[in-house]
Design a protein around this ligand. Structure first.
Ligand SMILES: Nc1ncnc2c1ncn2[C@@H]1O[C@H](COP(=O)(O)OP(=O)(O)OP(=O)(O)O)[C@@H](O)[C@H]1O
Ligand SMILES: [Mg+2]
Length: 408
């Protein structure tokens, strides 16, 4: 098919040609936003999902919807290692600037700007000169303790928004990368804002472990947010994601070609885009047949291995790689943590640190105690291709003097 008209959009955060299977979630969010605009109590949303299910795409869509509804918004993606103050402060400054621009500075906008100024110097954030609110606000958002200062700041910004009869929307992607202090501060801030019934809608997204992380940080986080699960698409939606973009270009799929793509992708949105994209390029004519898919699949897998999977693999230490390889040995998962250790030939305690490192890197997660699973769909199959042979782990033994010595 003509590459120029290829409609598929494989890639992190790329808006798909058909945002399939998310209507209910978008409807819920629409209602939530309208409730916020109507000054009614509304829970924030934490979108939970594995890699490539479409969380960023949803955050972007919700962000767009909020802007259309007149929300003033801040959108941030947490990098590994956190840095929330550095990321959020410039966004909130922009919000205050917009609040200020039309009607001249209101009292609460000026106050929020002073609070932001304190916050910026308490956390040594570099965002250039803060033009608004040159004077400092005394004793607010200036302790250097994020759990105290972030709520002060967010409350002040929401009060300023309220003064201007608008609402604030906060969109935060990759929540799992926040430090525990940052996550706790954010939850406290949302709680403070909710208790004062200030106009704010919060949407976070991240790997599924963020539900437990939030609950551990503050027990009331369970009641403060809803936690919609963003998963692989239902069959009907997966079909639509694949077939409709082609149909718009007057290209059809034979049914068993669709079946085959749904099978190899496990209905994960990112993989559907990749298969759609590559099959489109290689199929000679419409309708696209099962044979076209089968001939293209090895090339797609090689492409995913070299790009999508490999970049994650390369960030791991040899021991972390071995750990994931042992997981793959046990099938698609989730796995009993003890069984992974047994597959590696060691006690669970001797690889507990490795497992924790893999959680911190966002490679694995734990739905319940004693369980471990991949955060990247189909990673088990990649690990077997990448490391065909399972190696057992021989931990270094401590010598009597306490020095590490390799075990024979
Ligand atoms: N509902 C959907 N229907 C069809 N394709 C989708 C859908 N949602 C996302 N996609 C596609 O899936 C891919 C991944 O989307 P996105 O980057 O939003 O995932 P993610 O969950 O944020 O992944 P990560 O955890 O790696 O950041 C993109 O190519 C996007 O176009
Ligand atoms: Mg994303």
């Amino acid at each position: 098919m003509d590459r120029r008209n290829n409609p598929y959009a494989p890639g992190a955060g790329l808006q798909p040609p058909e945002l399939a299977g998310r209507d209910r979630l978008l409807d819920e969010a629409t209602i939530d936003m309208d409730r916020v605009l109507g000054s009614r109590p509304t829970k924030g949303m934490m979108l939970l999902g594995l890699r490539g299910v479409g969380k960023t795409v949803l955050i972007n869509r919700l962000h767009g919807m909020a802007e259309d509804k007149g929300f003033r918004t801040a959108k941030v993606e947490a990098p590994e290692g956190g840095m929330l103050p550095q990321l959020l402060a410039p966004e909130l400054r922009q919000v205050l600037y917009q609040l200020d621009i039309k009607t001249g500075t209101g009292q609460l906008v000026r106050r929020a700007s002073s609070v932001l100024r304190n916050f910026v110097s308490a956390f040594m954030v570099k965002i250039g000169e803060i033009e608004l609110g040159i004077e400092r606000a005394n004793g607010i958002a200036d302790t250097g303790n994020l759990e105290q200062d972030l709520p002060d700041l967010m409350v002040a910004v929401c009060e300023a928004a309220k003064e201007r009869h608008v609402a604030l929307g906060i969109f935060l992607d990759e929540v799992q990368y926040l430090s525990s202090e940052e996550l706790a501060s954010l939850i406290v801030a949302c709680h403070e804002v909710a208790q004062r019934n200030l106009p704010m809608f919060f949407v976070g997204a991240g790997l599924p472990q963020i539900a437990a992380l939030a609950g551990n940080a503050k027990s009331y986080a369970k009641r403060l947010f809803t936690y919609p699960v963003v998963g692989p698409l239902e069959t009907v939606a997966a079909r639509a994601a694949l077939v409709n973009p082609a149909r718009n270009e007057s290209v059809d799929f034979e049914d068993d070609a669709v079946e085959e793509i749904l099978r190899v992708t496990d209905r994960y949105p990112y993989f559907i885009q990749e298969w759609g994209f590559h099959v489109w390029n290689s199929a000679p004519a419409s309708p696209i047949r099962r044979m076209d898919v089968e001939q293209t699949t090895p090339g797609v897998i090689a492409h995913l291995d070299a790009n999508f999977f490999r970049v994650r693999f390369d960030r791991l230490t040899p021991l972390q790689q071995k750990y994931l390889r042992a997981m793959a040995e046990l099938g698609a998962g989730p796995y009993q943590t003890g069984e992974i250790a047994a597959t590696l030939g060691v006690e669970a305690t001797s690889v507990a640190t490795v497992r924790q490192q893999l959680i911190n890197k966002g490679m694995v997660w734990s739905q319940r105690h004693g369980e471990t699973a991949f955060t990247v769909p189909l990673f088990d199959e990649f690990m077997k291709r990448q490391m065909p042979k399972l190696e057992i782990h021989e931990p270094k033994r401590r010598s009597p003097r306490g020095r590490a010595k390799s075990a024979k």
